[in-house]
Design a protein around this ligand. Structure first.
Ligand code: 5GP
Length: 204
């Protein structure tokens, strides 16, 4: 059964149709290891990764259509204004959004779209009332997160400082999520996420 919600949808527009309970939403501060966790989840139990659109420049090794759809700001805004995103947000000076058509198609086909998105997007999904599994990946501490970002070696200190500030804000919104998983070691955190999802996916 699919639900149709036309009045609730400020961000995503009318007549959005998504089978209930099929969204998997994973958030967490930049550098917390959520991308590693999401990569490990792909292809398991009908989980399909949602590829977001963004206005940020590609990083080395990133490919258009695989990691993100890299759009010019005006292209992004046109798609947003045409209600092409399920949710969207401005994060660290760039725009990010979840293309609505992909999520609709996948849920119709019985798959579970995996959205790796930041907190403002989750606020919108919650306001719109989408049922799903919402998981927050937290660092053991802010100091631990700072060390992880520094070790990446590809961000100037001011970018790290900005991301830490954002992370502190994000940590305040954990109540939006059904589960918080602390990434102390990646193997343990992944096992915990799989355990959470397995219970849900097995029921389907
Ligand atoms: P990055 O630039 O490091 O790839 O991503 C920055 C932040 O944007 C991350 O927290 C990532 O999860 C989030 N993000 C990526 N795609 C989307 C999206 O479609 N919507 C929202 N709200 N956040 C996104």
């Amino acid at each position: 059964m699919a639900i149709e919600i036309d009045k609730l949808h400020e961000a995503s527009g009318p007549m959005t149709t998504i089978a209930p309970g099929r969204l998997i939403v994973i958030s967490g501060p930049s550098g917390v290891g959520k991308t590693t966790i999401c990569q490990a989840l792909r292809g398991r139990g009908r989980i399909v990764r949602s590829v977001s659109a963004t206005t940020r420049a590609p990083r080395p090794g990133e490919a258009h259509g695989r990691d993100y759809f890299f759009l010019k700001r005006e292209e992004f805004i046109a798609k947003r204004d045409a209600k092409g995103f399920l949710e969207w947000a401005e994060y660290a000076g760039n725009l990010y959004g979840t293309p609505k058509d992909f999520v609709q198609e996948q849920t119709k086909d019985g798959n579970f779209p995996l959205l790796e998105i930041e907190v403002q997007g989750v606020v919108q999904l919650r306001q719109q009332g989408w049922p799903g599994i919402y998981v927050f990946i937290a660092p053991p501490s802010i100091d631990d997160l700072r060390t992880r970002l520094e070790k990446r070696g590809n961000m100037p200190p001011e970018v790290i400082a900005r991301r830490i500030k954002v992370a502190e804000e994000e940590l305040k919104h954990r109540e939006l999520y059904d589960f918080t998983v602390v990434n102390d070691t990646i193997d343990r955190a992944l096992a915990e996420v799989l355990d959470i999802l397995d219970k849900k996916l097995k029921k389907e």
